[in-house]
Design a protein around this ligand. Structure first.
Ligand code: URA
Length: 240
């Protein structure tokens, strides 16, 4: 990484302050670098080593952040939207910073595990079907499941428009609920897969990505930072 970065750039990526705010705060003596007032926000610093404070708040530098959210119903998986509330809008203020986005989308009415990050490479790796990172969903159906559905999911569903889906893992959990594991992310994929077997999904919850499970302690809308072990577990390729 670049050991020498502009002070305003570092602060602006780690907080929600604009460059203009930062310049103004620096001029008025509110920004300290290693305990000394720094009135010039253009100076080069080492973000890994130098200690930046704004007023009394220490900026803890993190190149990227990774949050686990228990997405509630009715919220859009996007960074911002003119009309709808997004998953980034509902983050607590202390977790907000620039360039955050959801790694992969859940439909507005889908709940459960969503990763919010500012690391594009991470998201790309997680979403690429080639990387075989399985996403696990619990689907509730409008009627009792018959035994042919498992076989169809496991041999590769063909959607109504002819799109061929990769083989999915399927476990019946109750008369009308199933655990489905897929490594692709086609639009409305799980709902469309069931529709092609004449079932309507009435509830959909994502519970796991790779080997990362949704922390069931998180209430709907709850969010917390992920540990390094959890970040790595997304790419643990085994199917559980
Ligand atoms: N498949 C769907 O149909 N919807 C989602 O939100 C995720 C997967």
């Amino acid at each position: 990484m670049n050991e020498s970065e502009r002070l305003d750039k570092v602060i602006s990526t780690q907080t929600s302050y604009s460059r203009k705010d930062i310049k103004r705060m620096a001029r008025s003596g509110e920004i300290l670098v290693n305990g000394k007032i720094c009135k010039n926000s253009d100076v080069k610093i080492n973000p890994e080593k130098d200690v930046i404070t704004i007023g009394t708040d220490k900026i803890s530098y993190k190149r990227h952040v990774y949050y686990m959210m228990n997405k509630p119903k009715g919220v859009l998986s996007a960074s911002n939207d003119k009309n709808a509330t997004t998953v980034v809008d509902i983050l607590p203020p202390q977790l907000k910073r620039k360039n955050l986005f959801p790694a992969g989308r859940l439909d507005k009415d889908t709940t459960g595990l969503l990763i919010i990050t500012d690391d594009g490479d991470f998201a790309h790796r997680m979403l690429s079907p080639n990387k075989q990172v399985y996403k696990h969903y619990i689907a509730t159906l409008d009627k009792e499941l018959d035994d042919t559905v498992k076989e169809r999911f496991e041999s590769g569903i063909v959607l109504s428009d002819g799109t061929v889906c990769q083989k999915a893992y399927f476990d019946k959990l109750s008369e009308n609920t199933a655990l489905v594991k897929i490594c692709e992310g086609k639009f409305h994929q799980v709902k469309k897969m069931f529709l092609s077997c004449s079932y309507t999904v009435t509830e959909l919850k994502r519970v796991q990505i790779g080997n990362l499970r949704l922390d069931e302690e998180l209430e709907p809308s709850g969010v917390r930072e992920m540990t390094q072990e959890e970040i790595n577990s997304v790419f643990d390729g085994k199917i559980y």
